[in-house]
Design a protein around this ligand. Structure first.
Ligand code: SF4
Length: 386
């Protein structure tokens, strides 16, 4: 491993805002009901955490090419609070020219004035969680907004000057038909977003939706229908000028998410705020999920990290493989060799041969990638590299 070279690319910075107006029925993310007092305490602690990393990290580690404020629902916070997060990020880190600065928004929590303020503050990408254009499915999901409000939010974002817009959607919702899905995709492209992310619904244990399905009150979408929705979306979005560049992500040319590409290329990132995960200096670690513990630790001037582990090079190689295979282009075999001084084709000779034999992966123009047959079976392919 003498020739091993850690990635020296600029970092991604993630900030977790752990508040939502109301918990969606399918959600198991870390989020708390929004309360103004908690939000104020959170912002104070976050700024302190930023300051502490600002003095602990090297100049190179503070070079940031993407900042992503996610949640929860960041737009639960007033626009002034989000602007203050961005100001502090610029104060303690080196946001490089052209830095992609995204904020996630729930269509039920935005208004024209707030969006204009976010744009003025320097946010240059907005990610709207629309999920569906059918009100009855939004009710199944327990979203706080209607389909009409989602369209309004996207239009208001454009009027506020956002020229880089991502829209998130969910397929495989109980009660969703192929017709609903096609209507959602049609309405999505009519808004001309630069980026579209599509997620198959995961029925997470213990969520109200999972309990309704388990109790028989609601019927889960069949696997066949879910797969057919996914394949329909790939075809439909390609026909409307979107490049399918990652399993769940589609973009107009040149509009891929810089931030998420960093994750798929297994590059370092720093996560701040409760429950945020980081990958830095060869370690993966995460902050306390409990807001109370996070606030207490930061308040005492201590590190709010709950747990972490060193990632040995063997594991870094394996992660680089299965994260990179999420990209439709695949794993760049030349880049792998330069990073690890080893050839992926040699390290994973048996796994690659087996998967190639089954027609699930192939090598094309220096990339190892999923085949059409392998795409819907991606999780089984990834397991081969774990
Ligand atoms: S808005 Fe997002 S984070 Fe909040 S409850 Fe709904 S799915 Fe979860």
């Amino acid at each position: 491993m003498n020739g091993y070279k850690p990635d020296r690319m600029p970092r991604a910075l993630y900030i977790h805002v752990p508040f939502c107006l109301k918990k969606c029925h399918y959600c198991d993310f870390v989020s708390y009901p929004f309360k103004a007092g908690d939000a104020e305490a959170y912002l104070g602690a976050l700024f302190r955490e930023m300051r502490s990393y600002g003095s602990a990290l090297s100049g190179e580690e503070k070079r940031i090419s993407s900042l992503y404020i996610g949640g929860g629902t960041p737009t639960c916070l007033p626009a002034a609070g989000l602007s203050a997060i961005l100001e502090n990020a610029a104060l303690h880190f080196n946001l490089l020219p052209g830095c992609e600065i995204t904020v996630e928004a729930n269509p039920g929590t935005v208004d024209p004035g707030g969006l204009r303020e976010l744009k003025r503050a320097g946010f240059n990408r907005l990610s709207l969680g629309i999920q569906s254009f059918q009100d009855r499915l939004l009710r199944v999901l327990g979203r706080v907004h209607s389909a009409r409000e989602a369209v309004c939010a996207a239009r208001q974002a454009r009027e506020a000057g956002f020229t880089n817009l991502n829209l998130d959607f969910i397929f495989g919702v109980p009660g969703q038909t192929s017709g609903d899905w096609l209507e959602t995709l049609t309405k999505a492209v009519e808004l001309f977003p630069e980026h579209i992310a599509l997620y198959g619904l995961q029925l997470e244990a213990g969520t109200p939706l999972e309990r309704s399905v388990a109790g028989g009150a609601v019927k889960a979408c069949s696997e066949d229908l879910e797969l057919s929705m996914y394949l329909t979306a790939i075809e439909f979005l390609a026909a409307h000028g979107y490049i399918h560049y990652e399993i769940s992500n589609f973009a107009r040319p040149g509009r891929q998410s810089v931030h998420n590409l960093g994750y798929w290329l297994n590059r370092p990132y720093l996560g701040l705020g409760p429950a945020a995960h980081s990958y830095l200096r060869g370690r993966r670690f995460h902050n306390y999920s409990s807001l109370k513990s996070y606030l207490e630790k930061v308040g005492l001037g201590e590190d709010p990290v709950e747990a972490g582990e060193h990632i040995p090079v063997g594991r870094e190689m394996s992660e680089t493989m299965f994260l990179g295979l999420r990209l439709i282009k695949g794993v760049d075999l030349g880049r792998f060799r330069r990073r690890f001084d080893r050839r992926a084709e040699v390290v994973y000779r048996e796994e690659i041969a087996r998967l190639e034999q089954n027609g699930l992966i192939k090598v094309a123009a220096g990339y190892l990638q999923l085949t059409k047959k392998g795409l819907p079976l991606a999780n089984a392919v990834f397991r081969e590299f774990v």
